[in-house]
Design a protein around this ligand. Structure first.
Ligand code: HEC
Length: 154
């Protein structure tokens, strides 16, 4: 085969793996000034992530209220609102900018809310729900310790 063809094949493969690496693993991240990793998003993308975050917070508040009031339906409904099934489809460009570890923590958090909702319905044990919300909030803490979001114009 022609040498030029091989060169082109190699260059294209390198470019593809580079893009794949960037898109799937590393995301669009720089070192932040406070020791965290700063994910670079557009203002609109940041708004999508923040809206999801405020929904998380709202659900956590309602779950704790449900636990205090022994209201299993409130607990299950609030948890389902942020469960895996309710997870918003994010634009591909945004997904590509999020590091793999961030995505894993995000998915895991949604699935833990789903489990909490299922258990609330089937077991009706608010102490179990309290333990689950305490456990899953370790994800909130871990992610916030590691990442922040910066709006970049790119
Ligand atoms: C996968 C990572 C991740 C997880 C998990 C996560 N967050 Fe966040 N959250 C972030 C990042 C990053 C920010 C932006 C922080 C910054 O820029 O300083 C944020 C911001 C927020 C904000 C501010 C939103 C706003 O409008 O200003 C709230 C509230 C919040 N998170 C709540 C939560 C709660 C509650 C949980 C757990 C149930 C949670 N988050 C789980 C990554 C995460």
């Amino acid at each position: 085969m022609c040498r030029l063809c091989w060169v082109i094949v190699v260059v294209l493969s390198l470019a593809t793996s580079g893009l794949l690496y960037k898109f799937v693993f590393s995301g669009s991240v720089v070192a932040g000034d406070d020791g965290r990793q700063a994910i670079q998003l557009s203002a609109g993308e940041r708004d999508i992530v923040f809206l999801e975050m405020r929904t998380f917070l709202d659900s956590v508040q309602k779950i704790t209220k449900g636990i205090v009031d022994k209201d299993m339906k409130l607990i299950a409904d609030a948890a389902n609102k942020v469960g895996s099934a309710a997870q918003q489809q994010m634009p591909g460009t945004l997904v590509g900018k999020l590091p793999l570890e961030f995505k894993k923590l995000g998915f895991d958090t949604h699935s833990k809310f789903s489990q909490l909702a299922m258990d609330a319905e089937s077991l009706g044990d608010e102490q179990h729900a309290l333990k689950q919300v305490s456990d899953l909030m370790e994800n909130c803490v871990a992610c916030h310790e590691t990442y922040k979001i910066e709006v970049s114009l790119k």
